[in-house]
Design a protein. Structure first.
Length: 551
């Protein structure tokens, strides 16, 4: 009479799984918001050798709780030439190992861990002064909720252990490993987290719900699903990035499928991986990814070369399609829709400037006249868009608007001017400085060049955040964006002092490139300031911004 109904059990399991997925995302969000810029720099510096690259990828995946997030980050570096495809693949192989390490750490059960993480995490999040401190609190809360969700799954699945229907279904999966493998891959893809999927499968195995062979197959399927997530997220990325992600998908997915066949042929192998079903399943996950990294790391160069042959650049005989303007004159009689059109156009404008910033940085190392010409042409297009937006908003103002829409129109016009100034800084300052380096045959000192790369990474990270804020109008991210402006100012001052120190030491490269170095830092700070203006209207509306600084 008191036994729970099947629907109740399923609802409890679904709720626990949803909490697990959200908690993993909460940890990743905290790391990305608090430590995105240092992580970008850390990843780019790891390209010196394959072992270092793999180790860095592993560390990044442990912090982000996701190898997919690492793949997306590294994809940006590979697409801009900041990382070779082979080095990027080495980082991804290490990230896969890091993702497996995360599952090992999260399966630890300590009774006092959950309340301690919650008390400390919530206190730090609510009382923390800086953005990074608050994000540390967010990470701790996320970790606590992961442990809570796993306990909920264990509690919810206990009534299923002795259920004949459950036993029949799970016994079938234990015999049909291919179906279990496909289910594991589909679930990991569906929740967009291989970590959450593996934790769920291992927990079910630990509750004796899933037979060990079925749990092993589903864990391996989650590896395929995890690789496929990154493949889809980078599908529109430049070819070099897609080669790297495709190589990882083939290695990880193909290796997982092969391992399933090995387990089907020799099921006794799983007994060597641990004393309990849960331990066998989770150790298989780690052993598979470590073995894959050990086997594939020495051959990342040949692997990417082979993929370059099959994934070659294709010329488009018809040329690129023209992008239509979002400024629809027919909507001027509908102010809200017209304002939305202007906002869409500004987002496109910001994305073009982001690409200009990504493209101009490599010109400091090797001048390319064709690339420089493309940047100049893009700047002309930006200026035309800026003019079109101003005229469109002016015509809209003639139609008459209420106070809120009128204020929003002025905000968009101000953002458009800021973005135009960012485009100016790239074309009229950075592009000119890169050309001067080439014409005068000058080179930065190694330390100076590294400082500019790191500072550019920091600004690019803030530009991405600004574009997100333009889309979602999120006050929390707007606050983070405006706070980053002050951080960039402090870093720029620190780098200027570092440069002056090298001048005092008499380094020839620093003396010859002194003006170029300092003007580049100032231009990057100007670009960052221009994009940070995106957050000001949102914070003014929420009361989080004083006349000169954040409250």
């Amino acid at each position: 009479m008191n036994e729970p109904h099947a629907i109740q059990i399923l609802i409890h399991i679904a709720g626990a799984a949803a909490l697990l997925i959200w908690a993993v995302r909460l940890v990743r969000t905290g790391v990305e918001r608090g430590f995105a810029a240092p992580m970008r720099i850390w990843l780019r510096h790891s390209a010196k050798n394959r072992l270092l690259a793999a180790g860095t990828g592993m560390g990044a995946a442990v912090l982000l709780q996701s190898s997919t997030a690492v793949a997306v980050l590294v994809s940006n570096f590979v697409s801009t030439g900041g990382l070779a495809t082979a080095a990027g693949l080495a980082i991804l192989l290490g990230a896969d190992v890091g993702s497996a390490v995360v599952t090992q750490l999260l399966m630890v059960r300590q009774p006092l861990l959950i309340p301690l993480l919650l008390v400390i995490g919530i206190t730090v999040f609510l009382r923390g002064e800086g953005s990074k401190t608050r994000q540390i609190g967010r990470i701790m809360i996320g970790l606590a909720l992961i442990f809570v969700s796993l306990d909920m799954i264990r509690g919810a699945t206990e009534p299923m252990i002795s259920n004949p229907g459950t036993q029949a279904v799970m016994a079938y999966l234990g015999r049909d490993l291919l179906t279990a493998f496909i289910i594991g891959a589909a679930f990991a893809w569906g929740v967009h987290s291989s970590v959450a999927a593996v934790l769920l499968f291992v927990t079910l195995a630990g509750q004796s719900i899933l037979p060990v062979p079925a749990a092993a197959a589903m864990v391996l399927g989650a590896n395929l699903g995890g690789g496929f997530i990154a493949f889809v997220l980078t599908y529109s990325a430049p070819l070099a990035s897609r080669r790297m992600v495709m190589a990882n998908l083939i290695l990880r997915g193909g290796g997982a499928a092969l391992t399933v066949f090995v387990i089907a042929a020799v099921p006794d192998l799983l007994a060597q991986l641990g004393a309990t079903p849960a331990r066998q399943a989770i150790n298989l996950h780690l052993a598979f990814n470590v073995a894959l990294a050990v086997v594939a790391l020495p051959f990342v160069g040949p692997i990417t070369s082979v993929l370059s042959y099959f994934m070659a650049e294709k010329s488009d005989p018809n040329g690129a399609l023209d992008v239509a303007s979002a400024l629809d004159p027919a909507l001027l009689d509908r102010p809200q829709r017209a304002i939305d059109c202007a906002a869409r156009e500004l987002l496109t404008m910001g994305q073009k400037i982001e690409q200009m910033l990504i493209t101009v940085e490599p010109l400091y190392d090797q001048w390319n006249a064709a690339t420089a010409s493309m940047i100049v042409d893009q700047d002309k297009a930006i200026k035309q868009t800026h003019l079109d937006v101003k005229l469109y908003l002016a015509r809209l103002g003639q139609k008459g608007m209420d106070e809120n829409l009128s204020r929003r129109s002025m905000e968009l016009a101000s953002i458009s001017s800021s973005l135009d100034s960012a485009s100016d800084a790239i074309t009229r300052i950075m592009l000119d400085l890169a050309k001067r380096l080439d014409m005068q045959k000058l080179q930065f000192s190694p330390k100076g060049r590294e400082e500019i790369r790191d500072f550019t990474d920091r600004v690019q990270s803030n530009v991405q955040l600004a574009l997100n804020v333009m889309m979602n109008q999120n006050p929390a991210e707007a606050r983070e964006l405006v706070a980053a402006k002050e951080n960039v100012r402090k870093v720029e001052q620190k780098l200027q002092r570092s440069h002056i120190g090298r001048l005092r030491e008499g380094l020839v490269e620093s003396i010859e490139t002194s003006n170029i170095h300092q003007e580049t830092l100032r231009a990057l700070k100007q670009i960052n300031t221009a994009f940070s203006m995106v957050g000001h209207p949102i914070l003014l509306k929420s009361g989080d911004l004083l006349k000169s600084r954040l409250t």
